[in-house]
Design a protein around this ligand. Structure first.
Ligand SMILES: Nc1ncnc2c1ncn2[C@@H]1O[C@H](COP(=O)(O)OP(=O)(O)O)[C@@H](O)[C@H]1O
Ligand SMILES: [Mg+2]
Length: 367
């Protein structure tokens, strides 16, 4: 029997709700999740990150220090998952660190996607070889740099008996269409939780709307929904990817300002939930038979119900049904990319990010 193939995956997503850290064994076809850990990102670091994400001015000194501070936190997250599993660092082949996106501009004259969390610091503080900056390499090969989690989706969730969609509902949502006999397609559909999180935080100082309960107490406001759906991003051709640079609190406030009359806060919440549902459903392949949800949105019951109502002929479930906990799919994806990169294998991201040829994802920082 082959040796264990242990990798760690690390990511802090658009929601900035903590660093997801997983220890995975890739010895079998389906990755075995050995341990998982969510590492907190405290204030004021979180506030700094959120300010960066909407383009606020920052001194280079503060920027550099945020990069290193995040590197330390990512290293702690890796060490914590090892601790939980009772596994020594020298048993792990590599860490795949996504880092924290603070700016994503894949369509700029000089396109880039910037993730913070210094990989030197991670390698140094864990003693484990670290693969990082996956998005940057994809962009240098003509891709959007995102979404990348679909690489794992196609690898472990594709079925020979049904057409599936894997939908990752984080701050931003991305949809992976796995249609039998066709090339997988994936892209960012639009806002996942980011606008709902913004709105409930503004009105109730909560980080998110537990189970979508507040949204369920409101009524969808059709004028606001239509204004939001008119956003050019939704009708943009593929490949496409997005982030907080576009979908943020100001984006929503701007749409609200265009509406006639006042809208009850819970109705705005209901409308943002419906926007997430509608833009996901619009992104689906019409032949899709089953939707499997991952990311924090899988815990939003009202959102799950909204998707089931919008696609009554589809099965709607979380990826747990396929054997993978929805909270850890994305971190597992970055562990998997690290494995491919360490093995010297290029990955074909063309159907997702729009690269023209297979690409080696990420730089390697040796232990
Ligand atoms: N119990 C829950 N009820 C409603 N929403 C939830 C729940 N748990 C998590 N979420 C949502 O999921 C988000 C985090 O999802 P995650 O997949 O980590 O996103 P990201 O990749 O952007 O960090 C939270 O900000 C919240 O909006
Ligand atoms: Mg998260």
């Amino acid at each position: 029997m082959a040796e264990n193939e242990l990798y760690i995956g690390l990511i802090s997503g658009t929601s900035v709700d903590g660093v997801d850290s997983v220890l995975v064994n890739f010895q079998q076809d389906t990755p075995e999740l050995i341990a998982s850990h969510s590492h907190p990102i405290g204030d004021p670091l979180r506030e700094n990150i959120l300010a960066l994400c909407v383009g606020e001015d920052i001194r280079l000194s503060e920027f550099g220090q945020t990069h290193i501070e995040l590197g330390k936190i990512f290293a702690e997250a890796a060490n914590a998952v090892l601790n939980k599993a009772g596994v020594e660092s020298n048993a792990v082949t590599a860490i795949g660190s996504h880092g924290q996106t603070v700016w994503h501009e894949p369509n700029a004259g000089n396109p880039f996607s910037l993730q913070l969390a210094d990989a030197n610091t991670i390698a140094q503080r864990t003693g484990i070889t670290t693969v990082a900056d996956m998005r940057g390499r994809d962009i240098s090969a003509g891709g959007q740099g995102a979404p990348l989690a679909p690489l794992l989706h196609q690898h472990i969730f594709a079925s020979s008996s049904e057409n599936r969609a894997i939908i990752n509902i984080g701050g931003i949502s991305n949809v992976t269409c796995l249609r039998q006999g066709a090339k997988p397609i994936a892209f960012d559909a639009g806002p996942g939780n980011v606008l709902m999180d913004f709105w409930i935080n503004k009105h109730q100082q909560k980080k998110y709307d537990e189970g979508g309960g507040w949204a369920s107490s409101g009524t969808v406001h059709n004028e606001l929904l239509q204004l939001c759906r008119n956003e050019p991003y939704f009708s943009k051709a593929l490949p496409k990817s997005s982030g907080r640079e576009l979908f943020n609190g100001s984006w929503l406030e701007n749409k609200l300002a265009q509406c006639q009359g006042a809208i009850q806060p819970q109705d705005v919440q209901a409308t943002m939930l419906q926007l997430t549902v509608d833009t996901i459903v619009d992104a689906l392949d019409p032949h899709c038979q089953s939707l499997f949800i991952c990311g924090g949105g899988a815990h939003n019951r009202a959102l799950m119900q909204g998707l089931a109502q919008a696609r009554p002929n589809c099965t709607v479930a979380s990826t747990l049904t396929l054997g993978v906990d929805p909270d850890w799919v994305e971190a597992i994806a970055f562990a998997w990319i690290a494995r491919e990169t360490c093995a010297g294998r290029k990955i074909d991201t063309s159907g997702f990010t729009g690269t023209s040829a297979a690409v080696m994802l990420g730089g390697i920082y040796r232990a």
